[in-house]
Design a protein around this ligand. Structure first.
Ligand SMILES: NC(=O)c1ccc[n+]([C@@H]2O[C@H](COP(=O)([O-])OP(=O)(O)OC[C@H]3O[C@@H](n4cnc5c(N)ncnc54)[C@H](OP(=O)(O)O)[C@@H]3O)[C@@H](O)[C@H]2O)c1
Length: 265
């Protein structure tokens, strides 16, 4: 897809506003830019303030705008501050929880507790803090949307994935319960579950900064998903008429037909 191609037109014309966590890099960054190109006001959240400010500048010529709100999703206090800033700037009816990540590839027998705790804090507690801060605002709009980016790691375990599998499966569990609970408030809950996405930082962070090892993960894989591929799907999912809930969207590169089947040339 390119630019505004194939994105549904708004059902309720007027201001569209979304909070995007994890907006300083990768999928979150691409999604923030894509939404801004479509005319959305985007409240961009991540810890690295300078990157968020550069992102806001990059969107300066877009149909919409990006507002930088640096914060740590693992802090309920900081996410309350984000919510207050959003409320003072016109509010939002859509929240995309994209912040997350993986740390380490150790087998369960050797995995470090610090790594596991980090993954649970950012993927599970971070999403919990984000939705707890914003659900009252979304309910009040009468047509809220929450999109959570989990992973195919939430569907199937793989060797060396124990901590990330466990964290993404926990996040996936949270999303399922929230969909049932929020339906009566007309808040739809979307889960996007990508397979391999070649982003700049995800695997390098997982492998503790080893760029060569990170490059090896993608070596010979024809066309892994890109951040823009996932951004297109997220933008589509939050733009379809509100009664349509794309409950779970699993997306993989053709070269990765399953977690255990990765074709390298
Ligand atoms: N890449 C893949 O293959 C893949 C596949 C499936 C699912 N996913 C999921 O997709 C999401 C994005 O992945 P990506 O590939 O785009 O990774 P990425 O480039 O590493 O992006 C992660 C984002 O999360 C933010 N973040 C991390 N910890 C945070 C915290 N405590 N508070 C606020 N923001 C925080 C980072 O910003 P700061 O460091 O500036 O805070 C960054 O913007 C993650 O949830 C990941 O698990 C990735």
């Amino acid at each position: 897809m390119t630019e505004t191609q194939n994105t549904p037109q708004p059902e309720h014309p007027g201001r569209r506003a979304a909070v995007v966590t994890g907006a300083s890099s990768g999928i979150g960054r691409a999604t923030a830019l894509r939404l801004a190109a479509e005319g959305w006001t985007v409240f961009a959240v991540a810890r690295r303030a300078a990157r968020l400010r550069a992102l806001a500048d990059e969107a300066a010529g877009a149909a919409g705008q990006i507002v930088a709100l640096p914060a740590d999703v693992t802090s309920a206090k900081e996410m309350s501050w984000v919510r207050d800033q959003v409320a003072q700037n016109g509010g939002a009816d859509t929240v995309l929880c994209i912040a997350g990540g993986a740390l380490g590839t150790d087998p369960v027998s050797e995995g470090g507790l610090d790594d596991w705790e980090w993954m649970f804090r950012v993927n599970v507690q971070g999403t919990l803090n984000t939705v707890q801060a914003f659900l009252p605002m979304l309910r009040e709009t009468g047509r809220g949307t929450v999109l959570v980016l989990t992973s195919t790691a939430a569907l199937a375990s793989y060797e060396g994935g124990g901590g990330y599998n466990a964290a993404k499966m926990a996040e996936h569990g949270l999303v399922g319960a929230m969909r049932l609970e929020e339906a009566e408030h007309n808040v739809r809950v979307v889960e996007v579950l990508p397979g391999m996405v070649h982003t700049e930082e995800f695997t390098r962070n997982r492998l503790r900064g080893d760029q060569a090892a990170a490059d090896n993960v993608y070596a010979g894989v024809e066309k892994p998903l890109t951040a823009e591929d996932v951004a297109d799907v997220c933008t589509y999912a939050v733009s379809v008429p509100h009664h349509v809930n794309l409950d779970q969207v699993v997306m993989r590169p053709v070269a990765q037909a399953a977690q255990f089947k990765l074709i390298r040339t």
